[in-house]
Design a protein around this ligand. Structure first.
Ligand code: AMP
Length: 285
């Protein structure tokens, strides 16, 4: 059955009010649309963890630091609805822009610490935009749990921090990155790669995976990162924006994998900015 598409907060509240009266646990999966198997894995996890599932689709202008990126972001509502239909989603919330940013909107949610460095250093205002819209979507949907992908690991950390700091009554569930068979992390931006660039794109994950393995095996961090950077460039990427080892729990920079760690990178291929990250196995483990 096709889920109803709701565009107004009043419609959403009417529905979630009924569900709450029934004692249902509501899950939300926030997305920007152009849905792929990574998003659908979040929806499946949400179905397994809640009584009612809302998928939100909102291309949030406030989290784009680059107007060209916003203009080129794919918008595919019809095929998104078709992909969601077999999954038994209960509602798709596609808010009209004024339902998120009414006239006179003047509030920004800003999370310090985990939002600094990595993507935060290169995309000014991005995580303020994310934190603001996610706060609104969590409150508007009255969700008891919300599902986010590890693909956007720093975003997941920002959301966890904001929910803790503001005592929002929502459980945040992180889900593993879904990849193509060749290792490339699924992303709506992959659609913008030329066939030649698409063939080269797995070099990013391959380099991260090799470096994580080397660091876990005891290799010096600086040397492993240098080698990974060289492999990404040799693989055809034009530039590596960042490539860093961070604490998996706090995102603090790490010089050695002496705590649970994550290797995170952003790099440009064919004019498209791709990000990816992998866990680093414990050294000697
Ligand atoms: P987006 O539509 O890009 O804003 O992503 C919506 C949600 O889907 C975010 O929580 C992302 O982290 C998650 N997501 C995007 N790509 C993947 C992927 N390849 N695997 C798992 N989750 C993903």
């Amino acid at each position: 059955m096709t889920a109803p598409i709701l565009r107004r907060l009043s419609e959403l509240h009417a529905l979630t009010g009924r569900w709450q009266a029934e004692g249902a646990r509501i899950a939300v999966v926030p997305t920007m649309g152009a849905l792929h198997a990574g998003h659908l894995a979040l929806v499946s996890a949400a179905k397994a963890g809640a009584d009612r599932v809302i998928v939100t689709i909102f291309v949030n202008p406030r989290q784009f630091d680059n107007p060209d990126d916003l203009a080129k972001y794919p918008r595919t509502e019809g095929s998104d609805a078709e992909k969601l239909a077999p999954l038994g989603v209960d509602a798709v919330y596609v808010p009209d822009p004024d339902q998120i940013y009414p006239e006179g909107f003047a509030t920004t949610v800003s999370v310090a610490g985990v939002s600094e460095g990595l993507c935060g250093a290169h995309r000014p205002g991005h995580f303020d935009g994310v934190a603001t819209v996610v706060s609104k979507l969590l409150l508007q949907t009255r969700a008891g749990c919300a599902f986010f992908g590890e693909k956007d690991y720093q975003q997941l950390m920002v959301v966890r921090r904001l929910v803790r700091d503001l005592d929002l009554p929502v459980e945040i569930v992180g889900c593993p990155t879904v990849r193509e068979a060749d290792g490339l992390a699924l992303s709506s931006r992959n659609q913008r790669l030329s066939p030649a660039a698409r063939a080269r794109a797995p070099a990013l994950f391959a380099a991260l995976d090799a470096a994580a393995g080397a660091i876990g095996g005891g290799a010096a961090v600086a040397a492993a990162l240098e080698e990974a950077r060289g492999a990404i460039l040799a693989g055809g990427f034009a530039a590596v924006e960042y490539l860093e080892l961070r604490s998996a729990a706090t995102l603090a920079p790490l010089a050695a994998a002496d705590a649970p760690a994550r290797l995170l990178a952003a790099a440009y291929l064919d004019g498209v900015r791709l990000i990816d990250n992998v866990p680093v196995p414990p050294a000697g483990g």
